[in-house]
Design a protein around this ligand. Structure first.
Ligand SMILES: *Cc1c(COP(=O)(O)O)cnc(C)c1O
Length: 387
């Protein structure tokens, strides 16, 4: 289906709501039935009938159709956060005594899910270097049920060969799951490579305006129905109709926003890689990125995320550079209109937290929708702070 059809029309049954161009937010927890037999029929398939908003809601259902189509998936489920979606996809395919393989250094709350949460229910894990297919293959045991990928990773951008990983998973009866938040469905379609479930933090590009936290799982009807009937309905981590309405509005400009962010990101990273204060630019489409050929094979773009390491002599010097930035906001997350940075030095020496494994001279950047020349001026000024 054409991207324009998905973003502008798919799922929108305008005649059923006064021909409104913008879909209504159906702010109702429950839905009434005229007869007992219609109620009984609806209960046979709660996933596709509107009974109660924890299961299904007409506004959320429009979004569900669009996000599934964006991923070339048969179906999708929406959640109240990306972390709820990752957790539901993983928990839904594991039982006590099972083992899962996860790529090393995943998103922090995915790491907590694996190391702190699942172990309480007798699920063991192995972290592997996802750039090595042999490492993945060697980690498989008779108890392994899930292969959990994140490609690219959102701090240093290591990628996994999705086609090869899907083949390994199929040959060993594993469910393959990927966190596809970095690329968005526009720039990477894991299901086309044979991955079973593609998960998103919808908070990032799909909503795109830094005003909603949401998540999604995309996959075939059988896997989606299984997660719906168990994790979604039982744990109840659903998306509200009003947030679904905001995300539908955000999706209208998804193609424009992604194109702008990735083009500006290429401009900014090219400029940064020529600066003497910059030790290294971490960016999957950079000429010196170790996995460039694979990145170009499976990703059609990058979006706006990259990292740099600086030739700074101390954390204090890093802080001076960071505090010198005035047009980027220091904030977590990414994927909105506004350019951001996340300094790893800010995660060092935090009371009650371990220091991170990433070096303190690393800064993760997100390029939003501003003029890249205006952003480069800001970076040029801040780099003057390096001694
Ligand atoms: C933000 C993020 C998540 C978590 O999503 P939330 O919407 O914040 O719950 C998961 N994975 C990656 C890669 C992320 O960047």
């Amino acid at each position: 289906m054409h991207l324009s059809e998905i973003l502008n029309h798919l799922g929108e049954d305008r005649q059923s709501y006064f021909n409104a161009v913008s879909p209504p937010i159906i702010q109702s927890s429950n839905f009434a039935f005229p007869t007992v037999s219609e109620f009984r029929n609806a209960l046979e398939n709660e996933l596709d009938n509107t009974i109660y908003t924890r299961g299904n809601n007409p506004t959320v259902a429009i979004l569900r159709k669009k996000i599934a189509a964006l991923e070339n998936a048969e179906d999708a489920l929406l959640f109240g956060s990306g972390s709820a979606a990752v957790a539901a996809a993983v928990i839904g395919n594991l039982e006590a005594g099972d083992h899962l393989i996860c790529v090393q250094s995943p998103y922090s709350w995915t790491h907590k899910l694996v190391t702190k949460f699942l172990v309480r229910f007798g699920i063991t894990h192995t972290f592997v270097d996802g750039t090595s297919l042999e490492a993945i293959q060697q980690a498989i045991t008779p108890k392994t049920k899930v292969l959990l990928l994140e490609s690219p990773n959102s701090m240093t951008f290591q990628i996994q060969d999705l086609e090869a990983c899907a083949k390994i998973a199929k040959a060993n009866d594993l469910i393959s799951i990927i966190d596809n938040s970095y690329c968005s469905p526009l720039f990477q379609k894991p299901i086309d490579f044979g991955i079973d479930l593609s998960v998103h933090s919808v908070t990032k590009y799909l909503n795109g305006h830094s005003d909603v936290v949401a998540g999604a799982i995309c996959g075939n009807k059988v896997l989606i129905k299984k997660i719906f009937e168990s994790e979604l309905m039982t744990l109840g981590g659903i998306l509200s109709p009003s947030d679904a309405g905001l995300i539908l509005r955000g999706l209208r400009t998804l193609e424009l926003r992604m194109a702008r962010s990735s083009e500006s990101c290429a401009t900014v990273t090219r400029w940064l890689s020529a600066q003497p204060g910059v030790e290294r630019v971490w960016y999957p489409f950079a000429e010196d990125f170790g996995q460039l050929a694979l990145a170009k094979k499976q990703m059609s773009g990058t979006g706006g995320l990259f990292s740099i390491s600086l030739r700074a002599k101390s954390i204090l010097e890093m802080e001076k550079f960071c505090d010198g930035l005035t047009r980027f906001l220091l904030a977590a997350s990414w994927g909105g209109h506004e350019s951001l940075f996340l300094p790893i030095c800010g995660l060092y020496d935090v009371k009650g937290r371990d220091n991170p494994s990433l070096p303190w001279n690393l800064v993760r950047f997100y390029i939003g929708l501003e003029d890249p020349k205006w952003l480069i001026e800001d970076l040029r000024n801040a780099l003057k702070e390096l001694g």
